[in-house]
Every structure is written in C-alpha cells, then in structure tokens.
Write a protein that binds this ligand. Structure first.
Ligand SMILES: Nc1ncnc2c1ncn2[C@@H]1O[C@H](COP(=O)(O)OP(=O)(O)O)[C@@H](O)[C@H]1O
Ligand SMILES: [Mg+2]
Length: 262
C-alpha cells in the first residue's frame, strides 16, 4: 500500500452529548512488509454497538488485539474513554486496559480451573476483589448466561456453546466498559450458535456496555448494531446503519462480500 493513498475517512461523530469510548487515530499496523491496518481512524461512542464485517485477513482481529494490547501499533494513537492506551507508560496501559473485556473465537478458558474459578480469577488477582464478592458476582453472571448449575464443572466437560457462555461471564466479571467479541460463534456446532447469540442479545439490550463485535451472523448484527463498518484491506470502506449496509450498500465490494456470506 502506497503512502499516497487517501487517509481512511473519519466516521461522522455527534460531538453533542456523546462520549467516545474507543478512538483510533491514524493507526498503522504492519507484520513484516504486510501493512494490515493503514492509518485507520474510527471511534465508538459510549453504549453503542458497532459491528465490523469484512473478508478474512482484512485486519478485524488485529483491531481487537490492539485494543487488548496483545499487539502494538507501528504508528498512531489509541484512546479508551479519554485516556491514552497507546502510546502510554506501562502503568497507564494496565489501568486503561481494565476497561476492556474480550471474548475470543476459541473460548480460551483456563482448562485447569472449574467454571466458577474461571470467572473469579481475574477480578481477584487483577482488581483485588475479595474472594466472596468475586464468587457472588460470578454466580450472578453464570445465572445470566444460563449456567448457574455448572459452577463446579471443568471446561472440558462443557459443550462449546456452554464454554463460550462461561467466557462471556468471565469477560463481564471485570466490569469492562467495552466488550470486544471476535467471531464468538464461528467455532461452534450450528445447533449451539443460537444459545450464545441469545445471551449476547440479552446483554446488548439490557446493559449499557459498549460493544465492538466481529461477526458473520447477519441477523444478530442487525438486531444489536447501531452501526456496521465494512472493512477491507486495512480500511473502513463503508459504514452505516445495519439496514443501509446490509440492505442497500453503496460499494460494490460490500455487495460482493455480503453475497458470499448471506
Ligand atoms: N501475529 C501475526 N504475525 C504475522 N501476521 C499476522 C499476525 N496476525 C495477523 N497477521 C496477518 O494480518 C492480516 C490480518 O489478520 P486478521 O486481523 O486476523 O484478519 P481478520 O480477523 O480480518 O481475518 C492477515 O494477513 C494475517 O495473516
Ligand atoms: Mg479474525
């Protein structure tokens, strides 16, 4: 990608009453000579649900991993709830990073810990919550995701759908302001997908958590999203309401992509 290409257009923002929780400014990420993100700009306002769509390899996971500080940008700045996450001193990174929770495609539960401990571990070790408080909160969250009776099970004894619901409870246990969801149903058997999406719909509609979601589940994306971003070759090429983007996209590339997944 050449340096002469236009910067990604800024997504229009309502600067009135809204508060930006995520802000990427001119973020570039390269792996070797592969420029995965090219001066990417975007913002997500508090409480909004934004869905990223786009072909495999277009950099969607990389965006979420940057926000989780699992990888670092080569250029640009990342701000979370008004505080800089990158570049920033390590102590600040640790603090800002607590505002963000993520659910991965492959669950990533701690296999040696029972379900309850999977959910209490980070609140106790990272937030310094008392064990009793963390357990009470974990039981509430496991109830929310329909797994109140699985507290004492090990992850390997659960279905993929159940493991993913534990992973959702685990992320929420940190009381993040932002929940990142990376194709959370794509590793599941088809009959288990609906249960996980129902839990997420419920969370989207009943909490004020900000969501940044990568999914190919279009009916789910329609239900929960305030805005959908079509992503290709490291750029946002189109953004809009789910009705507009899925129903009447402006870009041929978006139409082409949608025809491959619908
Ligand atoms: N750790 C890594 N090392 C080298 N290349 C990577 C790494 N992570 C991602 N990539 C490359 O970055 C590009 C974008 O990947 P990714 O963000 O996973 O895309 P998506 O989630 O949209 O499928 C791909 O070309 C991928 O091969
Ligand atoms: Mg991905």
């Amino acid at each position: 990608m050449s340096a002469e290409t236009e910067p990604t257009p800024q997504i229009p923002r309502d600067t009135g009453t809204t508060r930006e929780v995520i802000r990427l400014d001119q973020v570039t990420k390269r792996f070797g000579d592969n420029t995965v993100l090219d001066r990417l700009n975007f913002t997500v306002d508090a409480g909004k649900h934004v869905t990223l769509i786009g072909p495999s390899g277009s950099g969607k996971t990389t965006i979420l991993r940057l926000l989780m500080t699992l990888v670092q940008p080569d250029e640009g700045t990342i701000t979370v709830d008004g505080e800089q996450l990158y570049p920033a001193p390590e102590k600040q990174v640790r603090e800002v990073r607590k505002k963000i929770g993520m659910v991965f495609q492959q669950f990533n539960l701690f296999p040696n810990m029972k379900v309850l401990r999977n959910v209490t571990e980070a609140p106790v070790t990272v937030l310094g919550m008392s064990k009793d408080e963390a357990e009470a909160r974990a039981r509430e969250l496991l109830e929310l995701v329909g797994l109140a009776d699985k507290c004492d099970a090990y992850p390997t004894h659960l279905s993929g759908g159940q493991q993913q619901r534990v992973a959702i409870a685990r992320a929420l246990a940190m009381r993040p302001q932002v929940l990142l969801l990376d194709e959370v149903t794509s590793a599941l058997d088809p009959e288990l997908v609906a249960g996980v999406l129902d839990v997420l719909r419920d969370i989207a509609h009943s909490t004020d958590i900000t969501m940044l979601c990568v999914t190919h589940e279009m009916s789910f994306a329609r239900d929960i999203s305030d805005q959908v971003l079509m992503f290709d070759s490291g750029r946002v090429i189109e953004s809009g309401s789910p009705e507009k983007l899925f129903g009447d996209p402006d870009h041929e590339r978006t139409r082409e992509f949608l025809s491959t997944i619908l």
